[in-house]
Design a protein around this ligand. Structure first.
Ligand code: PLP
Length: 501
């Protein structure tokens, strides 16, 4: 305990005020394997943050460790700038193996700086160079990173070169209708901005979007809307950039999230899971966009051999073990259990997600917020807040399935976001040995990003602990947030959670 407290005290005295995760998660990890992290104080946690969605195979997966050790033991150079090596060659081969077919056949890859934000910068620079234009179309609620260009394209920023367009969402639909109609209106707005000579928007260099907004609050784009974006951009020769930094490598129930819709983007931005837990980022793009002069996008750290080896092992493992299908099936089950929980506790306003990228929006008591009402109910059954199917599911994506949470608020509209309740749930989860992330416009969405290797038993333990945490928080808000049904005594995590840990 003294070791933990000392380290945490020194951290808060010496590290930047900008530190983030460390504030909500005052733990000192010393060992980790799979879903489990062990703190310096001996406590064990089920980690559903997974390095902000990085750890497709969980912590320290044996195939990842073995790949890293192999490079270390081989005597291969660890720093090679962007020179060719067998390790890099194997990584590119495995990466190209996974790409959507329409892109794989004509793809180029650029190794940029190692973070997701570096890949976003590179992609924006690439489409600007290729088109000779400068404007970028981006979406409300987007998150693309913390460097200047990526930040400008993110929802919280304001930049004259970025035109902000509505990202469709069911629960707080900007048009107040939700469902297919809301997504259609969002698409029409995009079209009209591009075609109206007096819209104030010049022909842009590219459009950047996340197939599922992660930091924005776990909002899956309807497949039909994504296809519309593809048609709209293709018809106007605007390169489409899919930011799959968080959604890639099986996370959403397909190897790449764009595959749900069958859309082939012109550019893909990849990071997080592709480095198998080590820093690595790339931009993959259609070869006719490859107009860069030699050295046009250089940098010292673009050849991390350990990350490439770890990444190759991770990509191959996810592919060979069909972990995207596993994510689709398990994610669907977990979402339905979370919806049951939403049926019990009115402080859960909405449950949504795709695959193992799941979120629960916490709301406060009181009447519907009015603005952003979700009167239209659920959108396509393969995304949105109402249902999830795996790859090979209904690609038309047009089934309407009103989720429990969405349905109950369809009259009054969604209640105000409750970041305080979300933070309390996160704290209570931590007390019960469960690490969850917060996200969303108001930090009111409790997010689950477990590794794709999570077992059924571990998933049950996660949901038990989460349910227990919600029950305890709802209990302390009972004056105005009575449970919908008499609180059932939950089975305690007990043995099962211990075994899962
Ligand atoms: N793009 C998306 C969709 C992300 O979710 C993130 C990070 O969460 C980034 C880009 C930025 O990645 P990084 O934090 O590695 O710079």
């Amino acid at each position: 305990m003294a070791v933990t407290e000392g380290i945490l005290r020194r951290q808060s005295a010496r590290e930047s005020a900008a530190r983030t995760y460390a504030r909500a998660l005052p733990i000192v990890p010393v060992r980790a394997r799979g879903l489990t992290i062990e703190g310096a104080d001996g406590r064990r946690y089920l980690d559903c943050l997974s390095g902000a969605g990085t750890l497709a195979l969980g912590h320290n997966h044996p195939v990842v460790l073995e790949a890293i050790r192999k490079v270390l033991d081989s005597g291969a150079p660890l720093h090679v700038l962007d020179l060719a090596t067998p390790v890099k060659d194997a990584f590119i081969t495995e990466l190209f193996h996974t790409l959507p077919p329409g892109l794989a056949d004509h793809a180029r890859v650029q190794f940029c700086g190692p973070a997701g934000t570096d890949a976003v910068e590179a992609a924006l620079k690439l489409v600007r160079a290729a088109t000779g234009r400068s404007g970028i179309l981006a979406f409300t609620g987007a998150y693309h990173g913390m460097t200047a260009g990526a930040l400008a394209a993110s929802g919280g920023a304001c930049d004259v070169r970025v035109t902000r367009l509505p990202y469709p969402q069911d629960y707080r639909c900007p048009f107040g209708v939700g469902g297919e109609r809301g997504a259609e209106l969002a698409a029409r707005w995009t079209e009209s901005v591009l075609d109206d000579p007096k819209s104030g928007v010049r022909h842009p260099a590219g459009m950047i979007l996340e197939p599922v907004q992660g930091e924005g609050g776990v909002i899956p784009a309807p497949d039909t809307w994504l296809r519309r974006m593809r048609q709209i951009t293709a018809a106007r020769s605007i390169p489409l950039i899919a930011d799959e930094v968080q959604t890639g490598v099986g996370r959403t129930g397909a190897f790449w999230a764009v595959e749900h819709s069958g859309v082939t983007p012109d550019v893909m931005v990849l990071s997080k899971a592709i480095g198998g837990s080590l820093p690595l980022a790339v931009v993959v793009y259609r070869d006719d966009l490859d107009v860069w002069e030699p050295g046009a996008h250089a940098g010292t750290f673009r050849g991390n051999q350990l990350a490439m080896a770890a990444g190759t092992a991770t990509l191959a493992y996810v592919r060979r073990h069909h972990l995207s299908e596993r994510a689709a099936a398990l994610g669907s089950r977990m979402l339905s259990q979370l919806r049951d929980l939403a049926g019990e506790f009115p402080c859960i306003g909405d449950v949504r997600g795709r695959g193992l990228m799941m979120g629960m929006e916490m709301v406060s008591a009181g009447a519907g917020a009015g603005a952003g009402a979700s009167g239209g109910g659920g959108f396509a059954g393969d995304s949105g807040s109402s249902g999830v199917t795996g790859p090979g599911g209904d690609l038309a994506g047009d089934l309407v399935d009103i989720g429990a949470a969405g349905a109950r608020e369809s009259v009054g509209g969604p209640r105000p976001a409750a970041p305080d309740i979300a933070a309390a749930v996160q704290r209570e989860c931590l007390r019960r040995g469960l690490i969850v992330e917060l996200g969303g416009r108001h930090s009111s969405v409790v997010r689950l990003l477990p590794p794709l290797t999570i077992t059924d038993e571990q998933a049950s333990a996660v949901l038990d602990r989460l349910a227990d945490a919600v029950e305890s928080v709802a209990g302390s808000h009972t004056a105005h947030d009575e449970p919908r049904q008499p609180q059932r005594r939950r089975r305690r995590q007990g043995d099962r959670a211990e075994r899962a840990g």
